[in-house]
Ligand binder design. Sequence first.
Ligand code: TYD
Ligand code: MG
Length: 468
Amino acid sequence: MAKNKSQFVCQNCGNTSPQWSGKCDSCNEWNTLVEEHQSSGIGANPGKQLRKGSPVKLVSLAGDLDEAPRIASGIAEFDRATGGGFVQGSALLVGGDPGIGKSTLLMQASAALAKKGHRVVYVSGEEAVAQVRLRARRLGAVEADVGLAAETSVENILATLEASEPPALLILDSIQTLWTELADSAPGTVTQVRNSAQAMIRYAKKSGTCVVLVGHVTKEGQIAGPRVVEHMVDAVMYFEGEGGHHYRILRTVKNRFGPTDEIGVFEMSDAGLREVTNPSELFLGERNASSPGAAVFAGMEGTRPVLVEIQALVVQSTLGTPRRAVVGWDNSRLSMVLAVLEAHCGIRLGDYDVYLNVAGGYRIVEPAADLAVAAALVSSLCGVPLPSDAVYFGEVSLSGATRPVAHSIQRLKEAGKLGFNQATAAKSGKNDSKSTPITVHEIKELAELAARIAALKGAIGADVTETG
Ligand code: TYD
Ligand code: MG
């Protein structure tokens, strides 16, 4: 018998186990274990791979410093997310749900680069060349000189690339369709995806080409997700968006050559993805400022301020355990704000269902949204709309005190630019308000905010003073 033992590999996290089970022990995903052969993979067959090592040239850490050599794509939102453009010799992973627009985005970036005179190769493992060209025509990119191929074999792709000058940019759409003869599992399995990615990353380092790997996020675990190669690449970006909304966010989660908190915002149109240079206008676009329960949060995404509306609905519950439903924010963070409102502001929400939504399908990750969420909740409970020209930002601590957050000047400036006249923020030692065009109400306690909103109604409502 050959020592070709098989093992079961989780297609979600890559954990291995000697026998099949319905649930992965490591990541707790169901139905993700697939049988793969253990002897497969680079280094698994030393006899075949063995060669004499050759010395490498050591370079001193000191000495002339080069910036990472980059090629800007010219698509400003894309370059913002990557930290300035494609880094030569690096590997970039672009993940996202199927159909979100990854191929569209990368075709646009390829065309932009090719138009600048760089050599670009686009290898599609999912679409035929004719299909890719059809898409390119719709995007107005047919003029661009991009080398196209429909190929899935890593060996064939490498042979093609080695036959000529290395391109500046190589797109591999997608890693799940690639397969290499070094591994004998089926395409799309963890072993194949890892080995194929490894081979392409090695090519990137050797040739100086920037290799972009496209990866589908998979829910069912039938094919390996992009997570299994995240640790191998230099930068990881996820392209996200809500089904019903037409805008998309390119979010950087790992970047060895730049910041990770930047986002690029795009809008999907019938002629491809359009850059959104002022996301606040998009997120506040369909705002109805006269209804209770809506508060505008002055947030930050990396170095860029983003204004977004937070909507709350507080209604009397008919259930034993009231509902708490959150879209676009952290569930446990909402529970915390509710607890602070109850404990320190005398606002009892235990008999109410609470729904919280961030407008436009946007997702907030900053704790600075606490104050805006509290304002929306109190506004909905009291049935009193907040001033239409006000923004809110600040963190709330469990003691009921508010905490100042970073970048307040930028937040205030952005609010001023979009026509807001007042802001409620946590009191900080710095005197930020002086240098901005809008009035800043600085508060120390969350209770001050609740009282201020209740006062808008004329008097504190009966609901609010239940606990006395
Ligand atoms: P695609 O880039 O193929 O997604 P992915 O590669 O992430 O699977 O984009 C698919 C969706 O984008 C498709 O549902 C249609 C839409 N789309 C447009 O709305 N306008 C366009 O110009 C293009 C090319 C696609
Ligand atoms: Mg695609």
